[in-house]
Design a protein around this ligand. Structure first.
Ligand code: HH2
Length: 279
């Protein structure tokens, strides 16, 4: 059963101590690295259970791809994809719902999801903030420049870290003003969401500046194309597991709390060793 009393629910940094791994299960035909793999709800649920067994603190279930160029999906289609998976995981695997839609979040929280992961940081559905506030859910606010359909067309910043930080600070204040408890909220620079390879690595290099906002930082560099490009393929659409692990460990060292990843076992092992070494 979901915890609904504020005095029973720990702050997000206690619920997900540093470093915690968030496994990714995309129930979509078109996600950039695992599209089509988990379309069958039983296969998706099995992927989530395996991630839990491999050490994921939570599994992020998504029914809409936000890869560069992706087209939005309807509420009905998103519900059709994720609800059968959430029903199977209820009471078994801690779940985060990767959605920007209030109705999807509401159904997911009713089925036991703990976190709402909104890549639009409460900018796309005016009803989402109230759903999170009413359910006293944990919330991830992510930075994105533009929208998935067009965001990778020549993204530009004066100072990418300063601009992402100002955005996250403003969205955090907006969420709190909408009635969401600050200690439920974590922040994410949105690796690959309207950013070049250099922007993405600068955000990791200077992640301490984002952590200085005082909220736990989530980083999702896993398998993203910047890793493939860094390794020499200018047309890469994905990156390797090894490169993902390297980026995750660097992000952890610079202050990340939650690492959102596809390859859970490798990340848990690497982060366990990194945490022992850096303690
Ligand atoms: N990245 C993706 C989706 N959701 N959420 C957060 N908080 N941070 C991220 O970096 C992030 C995210 C994109 O990755 P993926 O889910 O694997 O692909 P797709 O959007 O194509 O389904």
């Amino acid at each position: 059963m979901a915890l609904t009393y504020p005095w029973m629910k720990p702050p997000i940094e206690q619920r997900f101590p540093r470093p915690s791994v968030m496994g990714v299960v995309n129930v979509t035909p078109d996600s950039f690295s695992d599209g089509g793999v988990n379309l069958d709800p039983e296969v998706a649920a099995e992927s989530a259970r395996r991630m839990r067994d491999e050490g994921a603190a939570i599994v992020d279930v998504g029914g809409e791809s936000t890869r560069p160029g992706a087209e939005p999906v309807s509420v009905d289609e998103e519900l059709r994809r994720v609800v059968p998976v959430l029903e199977r995981l209820q009471g078994e695997v801690p779940v985060s719902i990767d959605t920007s839609k209030a109705e999807v979040a509401r159904r997911a929280l009713g089925l036991g999801a703990e976190v709402v992961n909104d890549v639009t940081a409460l900018r796309s559905d005016p009803d989402l903030a109230a759903v999170v506030a009413e359910q006293d859910a944990y919330l991830c606010l992510m930075h994105m420049l533009g929208e998935p359909r067009t965001m990778q067309r020549d993204p530009r910043y004066g100072d990418v870290v300063a601009e992402v930080k100002a955005f996250l600070e403003e969205r955090l204040a907006a969420a709190v003003a909408a009635g969401i408890t600050e200690e439920r909220i974590c922040l994410d620079p949105g690796i690959g969401f309207g950013k070049t390879v250099e922007h993405n690595f600068e955000l990791i290099r200077r992640l301490d500046e984002l952590a200085a906002l005082g909220r736990p930082v989530v980083v999702g560099f896993s398998r993203k194309s910047s890793l493939g490009k860094l390794l020499g393929d200018p047309d890469a659409t994905t990156g390797t597991t090894a490169a993902s692990v390297g980026a995750a460990v660097a992000a952890y060292e610079r202050g990340a709390t939650i690492l959102r990843v596809h390859d859970v076992r490798e990340h848990v092992e690497a982060l366990t060793a990194a945490a022992a070494a850096l303690r």
